[in-house]
Write a protein that binds this ligand. Structure first.
Ligand code: IPE
Ligand code: IPE
Ligand code: MG
Length: 246
């Protein structure tokens, strides 16, 4: 292990989650329709996934479409759905070859059958990879995830498979879409908005946040590396007091 590897292990966020925001404004500034920005945004994803191993990031979770994004115009929603289908079809081979394990979180119920099929296939095709874990949040909302988890938990209690007094934090975690993922260490939001917009509410209880002005289509691997370097300087306390300050 080189010095750089050791450094990366000690200070890198193991799990980074990104709210990829600002595609619409990026397009508007160029006098283009919003979908032009979404296409540019999708192109950035590959570069960011590829940058992860060198930055010591083992898990990357990206917010692609929220449960609230259905409120957008039909043109935008339809365009995004077809972009997701094209993205999976086009990127599948590179993701398999580069050792990326892809998972999807969110409610698949409202997505079209063709897209669901592509999502399932990509998950299967990459199931044996473990170089980088890419999780794509598609029709995802933190509250929706908790509601769906609660429904399943209630069913298990009703059937006797789960005892009410056995429900603790770990039980709740195990019913979430993210059950097998570690909690995010760092949540990045691009485009200058300082809000969480229903992303990984339970999981981010102790995440560090970084809000940057860069619009998502301009989020290069250099900008990513800067954000990771800033994270390394954070003092994560998890509610405790450092021995020196006692
Ligand atoms: C983020 O970019 C992508 C999605 C929410 C699908 P936006 O489309 O929200 O871009 P802005 O915020 O309008 O600039
Ligand atoms: C959050 O961005 C969702 C995604 C990035 C997919 P939005 O642009 O939808 O969030 P708000 O509406 O500004 O809060
Ligand atoms: Mg936005």
């Amino acid at each position: 292990m080189t010095q750089v590897d050791i450094q990366a292990e000690v200070t890198s966020p193991r799990h980074v989650a990104i709210i990829m925001d600002g595609n619409g404004r990026w397009a508007q500034r160029r006098g283009q329709p919003r979908l032009f920005g979404h296409r540019a945004g999708a192109k950035r994803v590959r570069e960011i996934v590829r940058a992860c191993p060198d930055l010591g990031v083992k898990y990357l979770t990206i917010f692609a479409f929220s449960t609230e994004n259905w409120k957008r115009s039909e043109t935008e929603v339809t365009g995004l759905m077809s972009l997701f289908r094209r993205y999976i079809t086009k990127e599948a081979r590179a993701l398999v070859e580069e050792g990326v394990r892809v998972r999807f979180i969110g409610d698949r119920g409202r997505l079209d059958k063709k897209l669901i099929k592509l999502m399932n296939e990509l998950e299967e095709m990459t199931a044996h990879n473990d170089h980088v874990n890419l999780t794509i949040a598609l029709n995802y909302g933190g509250r929706d995830e908790l509601a769906r988890a609660s429904q399943r938990m209630a069913q298990d209690i009703a059937s006797g498979a789960l005892q009410p007094d056995a429900v603790d934090e770990e039980t709740i975690t195990s019913y979430l879409d993210t059950s097998i993922l570690p909690d995010p260490d760092l949540v990045i939001r691009t485009s200058g908005e300082m809000r969480v917009s229903n992303f990984l509410l339970w999981q981010s209880a102790y995440a560090e946040y970084d809000f940057i002005d860069t619009l998502w289509p301009d989020f290069s691997s250099e900008v990513f590396a800067d954000v990771i370097a800033r994270f390394s300087g954070r003092d994560r306390r998890f509610g405790t007091v450092k021995p020196a300050a006692e």
